[in-house]
Design a protein around this ligand. Structure first.
Ligand code: NAD
Length: 521
């Protein structure tokens, strides 16, 4: 099957009508020009709430397009890296203001493209705005440090230098926020980039690049090529001129990306999957915990790396918690995210429906958990042309069940009973991922103990597993990451390299570790 056809089937369920001729056509942005892919082919992108609605036609890019984009990034690199960082940042501040002006339209286009409700797509754009302003501020910092040298009349310091040309590969669930987490620090550090957005959400990333163009980012500094992971994405990971690959996506794809980078000694930062847990203790404010669980499990239809897909509940409050949770989950209004009344939108595409429904079956048959609510695909009335699945709660789950171990990435959560905080912590840590965890308790001692003992990159007290802010580092342990952190100032360590500088003003040869230095010399 051709790649274009494959993508069509992914998003456009069988029998859906298509109106490609009326759809707007978008292009790659290479060296400051909006250009077709060398293949001349386009793929269509559909609204997951109604697949009759074609969002646009996007270039099917190949290695040739990626190589051209990389050449443009190379051409622009020296001028950009020599532009003083505060000047680079001024352009980024303009970008932030442009995103503010366009926020409403960008959020609407994002909801149409990937389904999450308008409040959440507004949040996605806001995250890009916050990231832009916060990180652009680094243009006047990008701190290095000085330190004493071991020889007299010698000065020692460390400065940050750009890495070079960077390939940015991004997923579809935060289609503007995640590209911005990579793009803005890359630019402020003086790198040039080629972005390959997810095939389900090229428009939101193109919108970000258009805003860069409008803000005055010079030609070639930011390039975008749309297309498929196996071709355009793989061409990015293989290109010898891309010194750094920054990837966010599934752990499975991350492994492929990491191997390709290892082959050619490229720097590789990976942000991958999660199986996050909320611990609800017997002294918790149950109503507050229910709000956190509903938001964490069903926000973005459960399609977040930080989704609360496990709820570990103390046995003393277990029955009450499950009852209230099911009541709230049943009442959630599922529909088109563009409708202000909708609380949960569709899932992204036909593949996602297949995968999530498969897990619901596994939960019922193989795992033997109790399906407490949901479990069905919605196919009638307003749901007839989209990818809607009911908010689904499995109760009485054992920690080892597949639904309690694997990333489902859909509106499905597993409730697991626990006898104590210690047991809950053990269950929390008993998965291969380590992104986010939370505890609900009124006891500060238990809260700190849980914070200390959970092996994740992010931890919340009396709040859901979701809610990261851009000025704190973001990322996870174990199969979630490979040791890097995005956001905060920590992201600068991905997009810059340290140079240690020694200035000897003694006027003689001084040999570190060898020459003896006399007191007071
Ligand atoms: P995915 O792994 O399918 O795709 C991610 C990107 O990789 C896409 O742009 C895709 O085209 C590209 N890709 C696919 N195959 C490739 C290849 N062989 N070489 C190079 N690139 C390739 O992920 P997705 O479905 O878009 O996103 C969902 C996943 O992302 C979930 O697992 C989720 O947990 C994870 N995620 C993680 C974070 C985080 O910060 N930890 C944030 C958001 C999403």
């Amino acid at each position: 099957m051709s790649q274009a056809k494959k993508a069509l089937n992914r998003k456009n369920g069988r029998g859906a009508a298509r109106a490609s001729s009326q759809a707007k056509t978008y292009y790659n942005y290479i060296g400051g020009e909006w250009v077709r892919a060398s293949s001349g082919e386009f793929f269509e992108n559909f609204n997951p709430a109604d697949t009759r609605d074609v969002v646009g036609r996007f270039p099917v890019s190949t290695k040739e397009d990626v190589d051209r984009a990389v050449a443009a990034a190379r051409e622009a690199f020296d001028r950009w890296r020599r532009t003083p960082a505060p000047r680079r940042a001024e352009i980024l501040f303009r970008l932030g203001n442009i995103l503010i002006e366009k926020k409403d339209r960008l959020a609407r286009e994002m909801t149409r493209e990937m389904g999450k409700v308008l409040k959440e797509t507004g949040g996605d754009v806001q995250e890009a705005i916050d990231c832009t302003f916060y990180t652009a501020g680094e243009g006047r910092r990008l701190h290095g440090f000085t330190t004493p040298a071991e020889m007299p009349n010698k000065f020692a310091m460390c400065v940050r230098q750009p890495v070079g040309l960077c390939g940015l590969i991004t997923p579809w669930n935060f289609p503007m926020a995640i590209p911005s987490w990579k793009l803005i620090p890359a630019l402020v550090c003086g790198n040039t980039v080629v972005i390959k957005p997810a095939e389900d959400t090229p428009l939101s990333s193109i919108n970000l690049v258009k805003a860069c163009e409008e803000a005055g980012v010079p030609a070639g500094v930011v390039n975008i090529v749309t297309g498929y992971g196996e071709t355009a994405g793989a061409a990015i990971t293989a290109n010898p001129d891309l010194r750094l690959i920054s990837f966010t996506g599934s752990t499975e794809t991350g492994r492929v990306v990491a191997s390709a980078c290892a082959e050619r000694n490229a720097i590789c930062s990976l942000e991958m999957g999660g199986k996050n847990a909320i611990i609800i203790l017997d002294d918790a404010d149950i109503d507050l915990a229910i709000e956190g669980a509903i938001w964490g499990a069903f926000g973005t239809s459960g399609q977040r790396c930080t989704a609360s897909s496990r709820l570990i509940v103390h046995k003393k409050v277990y029955k009450k918690f499950v009852q209230k949770l099911v009541e709230r989950a049943r009442g959630l209004r599922v529909g088109d995210g563009a409708d202000a009344k909708t609380e949960m939108g569709p899932v992204i595409n036909a593949d996602a429906v297949h995968k999530i429904m498969g897990y619901i079956e596994v939960g019922q048959r193989e795992d033997g958990a109790r399906l407490a609510c949901g479990g069905n695909r919605l196919t009638k009335g307003e749901h007839a042309h989209g990818y809607f699945i009911e908010p689904t709660v499995f109760a009485d789950c054992a920690p080892s069940m597949r639904i309690a171990q694997e990333e489902i990435f859909g509106p499905v959560t597993s409730v697991i009973p626990a006898n104590s905080l210690e047991e809950a912590i053990e269950i929390t840590n008993g998965v291969r991922y380590g992104l986010s965890a939370a505890v609900y308790t009124q006891d500060v001692n238990r809260a700190f103990h849980a914070m200390n003992e959970t092996y994740t990159g992010i931890f919340y007290v009396n709040s859901s597993t979701i809610g990261a802010e851009v000025h704190l580092p973001f990322g996870g342990t174990k199969a979630t990451g490979n040791g890097h952190r995005e956001a905060g100032t920590q992201v600068l360590d991905i997009f810059s390299e340290w140079k240690s500088v020694y200035i000897d003003y003694s006027g003689r040869l001084q040999r570190a570790q060898i020459d003896e230095v006399k007191l007071g010399e």
